[in-house]
Design a protein around this ligand. Structure first.
Ligand code: IVH
Length: 701
């Protein structure tokens, strides 16, 4: 490759890999398989080696992907949190072993362990108590998810003394005063299936695999929701100053003795043959495990040798991962269906000649979108490779061109909605085609009606068949029509009697008590799931404020990014949606959070404020206080930020950013002074002229 071409390709690869990292770690919706990612990374690494003048410290070959989210406080890692080098072949494991021997001789052993497919976590225990939990973040700072981690049942809040240990004043406990232990938070298959069943029932996008479900759940803003997700933890790497162990295995055994969850599916191996046996054993047996694994981790067991081998900027030299190959099956593509979902997205789904794959018979597989079909260059009648790799719906990963016959036909992605015939529009960013006929496309209408009644929304007892009948008999067209239904209408439905009609009407009546956040969720605004609806409802307090909110206003809500903000704004710009809301209001549904926050002053009017750290009141209370004084809360610092309100342990990243943009940092005390002492503005103090909040404000801004 010529130098100029190499330069272009290097930049192209970095862009693809950085975006893939973002989708994997932040959005939890990967677009590349691990294998595809690793192959592109390998290509980039090769080019950077050939053209060292183009090496850059922020290349994905030198940096781990980042999972940092603006909603969490961030703390630096005491020891960098790195990734592992991947191998796909035993000969590459042999190369790792050879490199290790070259550095440390031959008298060492390996600890072989399962590679759990979840999301990395770093726990700090101080004086035997769980002190902090950080995600990997970008490897040097992590998101503080301690509150969420406390909801995971097999992570002890306090360590337990091993049997037979007698505390003395010299040695009060067997564990060091402070240590870190790292591991993986994962979602067992049973919990994953349950969660996805619920999501499908609610017409929410199911998680593609347990890894995404685990990392999505760990980053939920509402920690109460984490408790119900069935997450578990396994720990595999202890770190600290002067730890009293000479091997990794001893450290893990001690951790187990102190009550920490450590996997027993590990083995000390002496040579490559034993490693290979371990790999082969688990490549089969992993299918019987209750959780997902994606490989084996091979670590040098002796800690002094680990230290001697050290680290690169991205990986330890004393460990490597062997990745299992995803199971594949080859089968014939019979036809492609184009399915319209509740939000109007049209998804191509392949009908396959039934084939056995990882214990189940596969008949259908996802083709994602038109771009994917084009990339695969797929034809009806082709033999295609199908992979499961944790996804609920298997996907087509390739075409066996050698088996293509002359009568194979090129599929054509429809230009018109297969349901209502409206011309489809393509959302370039999502590479998806949508039917824009939200108010007239039967599938979308019925989907919205079903969603509105569903358990987590209005919780009205009715199945899809009821909605189908109500729609077909033109009794219900939009969600507000439900509340106009009378018993005589319901008696028109096949098989309905007074009792069933009465039950339905009663259930509708009950739904009037459903809280505002769930009503907002029930409206079925694209991208607004349960948690987002709750954040929006809490932030604005009532539907009028939500309907009048600009995209900018919406962006200040926890959990809301550009895509969601635009979606909510677009939804309420639509006159027909406003009309539905006003009919639902008239029907008596709850459209506010109950107590309207009292307006205390307009001292912070027009000011956007970012808070970070802990205060003498909760963060939510602090946000409410800002709002009560007319200020806007924002999660991230920008040129528009009026000031950063920094409490105890404020995030170092935020402080750095404020400093670099010259944004003023206020302490809680200074802030309270500005708004008028206790926060009960227009209080005795301000009336007595001790604090004239506006006066102080003038000097500040
Ligand atoms: S040891 C310095 N052991 O795999 C890195 N990692 O792809 C030490 N993982 O970042 C990591 N199971 O999140 C280790 N038994 C195991 C593991 C494991 C899963 C994860 C971990 C790591 C990633 C690399």
């Amino acid at each position: 490759m010529e130098k100029a071409q190499a330069y272009i390709r290097i930049h192209e690869l970095r862009e693809i890999l950085n975006e893939a990292n973002r989708l994997y770690y932040v959005e939890n919706s990967p677009t590349l398989s691990d294998y595809e990612f690793d192959m592109l990374l390998k290509e980039l690494d090769g080019l950077e080696k050939e053209y060292p003048e183009y090496i850059s410290a922020d290349s994905p070959t030198r940096r781990v992907g980042s999972d940092l989210k603006k909603e969490f406080e961030q703390y630096p890692h005491r020891y960098p949190m790195l990734s592992l080098g991947n191998t796909y072949d035993i000969s590459e494991v042999q190369l790792f072993a050879d490199r290790a021997s070259k550095g440390i001789g031959n008298s060492f052993t390996y600890s072989c362990e399962l590679k759990f497919d979840g999301t990395a976590i770093c726990l700090t225990y101080r004086n035997g108590k769980l002190f902090r939990a950080l995600t990997r973040g970008d490897g040097s700072v992590g998101d503080d998810v301690t509150r969420n981690v406390r909801q995971i049942s097999n992570i002890p809040q306090s360590l337990t003394l091993p049997a037979g240990f007698i505390p003395t004043s010299d040695i009060p406990a067997p564990w060091p005063q402070e240590f870190e232990i790292r591991g993986e938070i994962y979602m067992p298959w049973a919990a994953f299936d349950r969660l996805n069943d619920e999501r499908i029932e609610e017409e929410e996008q199911p998680f593609a695999n347990p890894r995404n479900a685990a990392s999505g759940s760990l980053k939920l803003i509402d920690s109460r929701m984490v408790a119900n997700r069935g997450l578990e933890c396994t720990l595999y790497h202890m770190l600290g100053e002067n730890l009293p162990f000479s091997t990794h295995d001893q450290a893990l055994k001690a951790a187990e003795d102190w009550g920490l969850p450590v996997s027993d599916k590990r083995r000390i191996c002496r040579d490559i043959e034993e490693i290979e046996d371990f790999i082969n054993h688990w490549d089969i047996e992993r299918k019987n495990l209750p959780y997902a694994t994606d490989g084996i981790v091979i670590k040098v067991n002796e800690l002094p040798y680990q230290e001697e081998l050290g680290y690169t900027s991205k990986f330890p030299r004393w460990a490597v991962a062997y990745k299992f190959k995803a199971e594949q099956a080859l089968t014939k593509l019979i036809s492609i269906d184009y399915q319209v979902g509740r939000t109007g997205a049209v998804t191509p789904v392949a009908n396959l000649e039934p084939v056995q794959l990882s214990g189940t018979v596969v008949k259908r597989a996802s083709l994602h979108n038109a771009d994917q079909m084009e990339q695969l260059d797929i034809r009806i009648g082709d033999y295609v490779y199908v992979e499961k790799g944790g996804e609920i719906i298997p996907k087509i990963t390739g075409v066996e061109l050698s088996q293509r016959t002359a009568d194979a036909t090129l599929p054509r992605f429809p230009e018109f909605c297969p349901d209502c015939g409206t011309a489809l529009i393509k959302d370039e960013e999502e590479a998806k085609s949508f039917c824009p006929n939200q108010t007239g496309c039967p599938t979308q209408i019925k989907g919205r009606l079903v969603h509105f009644l569903s358990r987590k929304a209005m919780n009205v007892i009715a199945g899809d068949a009821t909605v189908e009948q109500l729609f077909n008999k033109a009794l219900v067209w939009n969600v507000a029509d439900f509340y106009d239904l009378k018993t005589e209408h319901l008696l028109m439905l096949d098989g309905w009697k007074d009792r069933s009609a009465g039950r339905f009407i009663k259930s509708l009546q009950e739904s009037r008590k459903v809280e505002f956040d769930r009503v907002l969720y029930a409206l079925g605004i694209r991208y607004v799931g349960e948690a987002t609806a709750r954040s929006i409802a809490r932030h604005f307090g009532n539907i009028d404020a939500v309907m009048d909110a600009s995209v900018e206003d919406l962006l200040t809500v926890d959990d809301v990014g550009q895509v969601i903000a635009e979606s909510v704004h677009d939804f309420f710009t639509e006159e027909s949606n406003r009309e539905i809301v006003s009919r639902l209001k008239a029907a008596g549904l709850k459209f506010d959070m109950g107590e309207t926050p009292q307006k205390l002053s307009d001292g912070l009017e027009g000011k956007t404020i970012v808070i970070s750290g802990n205060f003498s009141i909760s963060r939510d209370e602090m946000k409410a206080l800002i709002a009560a004084h007319g200020g806007k809360n924002s999660g991230s610092i920008s040129g528009k930020t009026a000031f950063l309100l920094a409490g105890e342990k404020a995030g170092p990243e935020k402080l750095k950013k404020a400093d670099s943009l010259g944004i003023r940092v206020l302490s809680e005390e200074e802030f309270m002074d500005i708004i008028g002492g206790s926060g009960e503005a227009e209080s005795a103090d301000s009336e007595n002229g001790i604090h004239t909040s506006k006066g102080v404000q003038l000097s500040l801004f």
